[in-house]
Design a protein around this ligand. Structure first.
Ligand SMILES: Cc1cc2nc3c(=O)[nH]c(=O)nc-3n(C[C@H](O)[C@H](O)[C@H](O)COP(=O)(O)OP(=O)(O)OC[C@H]3O[C@@H](n4cnc5c(N)ncnc54)[C@H](O)[C@@H]3O)c2cc1C
Length: 493
């Protein structure tokens, strides 16, 4: 088949390359050129699992090496990345430095890996996306950059199928007049961001920070504030990608530099972290980062997730979701022309998953006011992804690609993000908060393989295989069967 892929972010390039490996005739069309700046950098274990599956199925050995920090550094030292050992959260309060206050501390660390070697990475997208384009070209993809893609061009190229990988560029949405579906989503936020040099370490700025399951800064660091939250992703070369994700402020905003300085003054610990930081490019403010369409597939076309919908960077869902969708579409193309039923299934899943991400994130924004609520609500995310990860590693199947992302289709977990959002709307008193925490703990229990929502952990969750073994029944396995399956987890083979 002649397939045109519009947009050469990592997702478009990787899918184009896989289709070429399958024997399709693929043209990859990009309006810009590489290397180019992009945000959306923090990867997760589920993303890496998909990369590993794609690597095995289609013989993409670079993808296998890019799926773990140690292998990446050894094989591709020139591709910039950052060590990501987990998810770090701090709750800041205006005018007060962040402090670690005994057991009531507003700090949550959830490890995603047991050591640096198998850890996740933040992707310096300029390098990684460029790598994927080059790999696509090497696999036989025809690549045209600086291209104004039009319906006429696609006709000239005689494309039998079009994949929209243009992200928020919204190529097919404009070509086909696909209506926005943003009205059905709850999350609305703006973004103030740049890349910085000279960001200090939390461990240097917060006195008496007790050791956690990994060094706090080598993670996706989330600073929760009254206005929303800030992400801070440290690359190994000393550059940090950081941005404030701010609840909808309506039209009219001060200049980005003023907003930035105002927030640094308001939150003294964030101010101290960024006191000597220099932006490597001017700060940018985008009033709204969400988008959502009403249709993700049609006759002879399909969209990748970032072209269809984006909710929020909270919980780093974008890369993992995009890779899962690539895996699904690649399967659809294995026998030639994708079957309409498979495409319809793909479209239904994408819509359900966009809703799921939105409910999860909307609940998190509601919960941000009180850290106990936020920590409890976020356990729904961690229970869902850790269960999926362990399940997929211990029982790898060909059908993992079609399992719903973030618990969609899981009878135990699927309804939780939405149910949590509904409950959070009614939380008023301290007793309500305690009840909410109890509810989450009970609701995730049937899938809680990692001992999450444990008050005795005081917000510090390492990767603990002993806990997993004790919870073997959650995976429907005997203790012995789980112990013998552990090598698949320990070394992340
Ligand atoms: C603020 C923010 C933070 C994020 N943080 C994270 C994170 O920490 N972790 C995570 O997993 N995800 C994150 N994401 C999501 C992540 O950015 C996306 O999942 C990822 O970029 C998707 O990659 P992609 O290749 O599909 O699209 P993109 O990276 O958006 O690439 C689209 C490409 O298409 C090209 N293009 C656009 N229009 C056209 C056109 N008309 N013709 C030709 N080419 C076109 C563009 O130039 C670009 O090269 C974040 C997103 C945002 C907005």
């Amino acid at each position: 088949m002649r397939v045109a892929v519009v947009g050469s972010g990592f997702a478009g390039s990787l899918l184009a390359r896989i289709l070429a490996v399958q024997g399709h005739d693929v043209v990859l069309l990009e309006r810009g050129t590489h290397p180019r700046f992009a945000i959306g950098e923090s990867s997760t274990p589920l993303a890496n699992l998909t990369l590993e599956r794609l690597a095995r199925r289609y013989g993409l050995d670079d993808c296998y090496d890019l799926a773990a920090h140690g292998r990446w550094v050894a094989r591709f030292p020139e591709l910039r990345r950052g060590l990501k050992r987990g998810f770090t959260f701090y709750r800041h309060h205006a005018g007060r430095p962040f402090s670690v206050d005994g057991t009531g501390t507003e700090r949550l660390l959830v490890a995603a890996s047991p050591n640096d070697h198998v850890a996740d990475n933040h992707w310096l997208r300029a390098d990684v996306d460029h790598h994927f384009v080059r790999a696509a070209v090497a696999a036989g993809v025809e690549y045209r950059d600086r291209t104004d893609v039009t319906a006429d061009l696609l006709q000239q190229l005689q494309a039998d199928f079009v994949i929209d990988a243009s992200g928020p560029g919204g190529f097919l949405a404009r070509q086909l007049g696909i209506p926005s579906g943003l009205h059905r989503t709850h999350t609305r936020a703006g973004l103030l961001f740049s890349h910085f040099e000279g960001v200090r370490l939390c461990s240097d700025v917060v006195p008496g920070l007790p050791p956690g399951p990994y060094p706090d800064d080598w993670a996706a660091v989330h600073h929760i504030i009254d206005e929303g939250w800030m992400y801070s992703l440290r690359f190994d070369d000393g550059v940090t990608s950081a941005g404030f994700v701010l609840r909808d402020r309506g039209p009219g905003a001060p200049p980005p530099d003023h907003m930035w300085q105002h927030l640094l003054c308001r939150y003294p610990t964030i101010g101290a972290l960024f006191a000597d930081a220099k932006p490597l490019m001017p700060l940018v403010y985008k009033r709204r980062i969400q988008h959502r369409l009403t249709q993700a597939v049609g006759e002879r076309w399909a969209m990748l997730p970032h072209a269809f919908a984006f909710v929020d960077p909270l919980f780093s869902t974008g890369i993992a979701w995009s890779l899962r969708a690539i895996e699904r579409l690649a399967l659809c193309f294995e026998q030639g022309q994708p079957e309409p039923d498979d495409l319809a299934r793909y479209g239904r899943l994408l819509a359900a998953e966009a809703d799921q991400i939105d409910w999860l994130v909307a609940g998190a924004y509601l919960a941000m006011a009180r850290f106990d609520l936020f920590a409890a609500h976020s356990m729904i995310y961690f229970a869902t992804v850790s269960f999926a990860e362990v399940h997929q590693r211990i029982r790898p199947t060909e059908t993992a690609a079609w399992s719903g992302f973030l618990g969609v289709d899981d009878p135990q977990l699927g309804g939780l993000p939405r149910a949590s959002l509904r409950r959070l709307r009614h939380v008023r008193s301290a007793a309500d908060r305690r009840e909410f925490v109890r509810w989450v703990s009970k609701a995730i229990a049937p899938r809680n393989v990692c001992g999450l929502a444990n008050p005795a952990a005081h917000g510090l969750y390492p990767v603990d295989l002993d806990v997993l073994v004790r919870r073997h029944t959650v995976l429907g396995m005997s203790r012995e069967a789980l112990v013998s399956a552990l090598p698949a987890l320990r070394g992340y083979s």
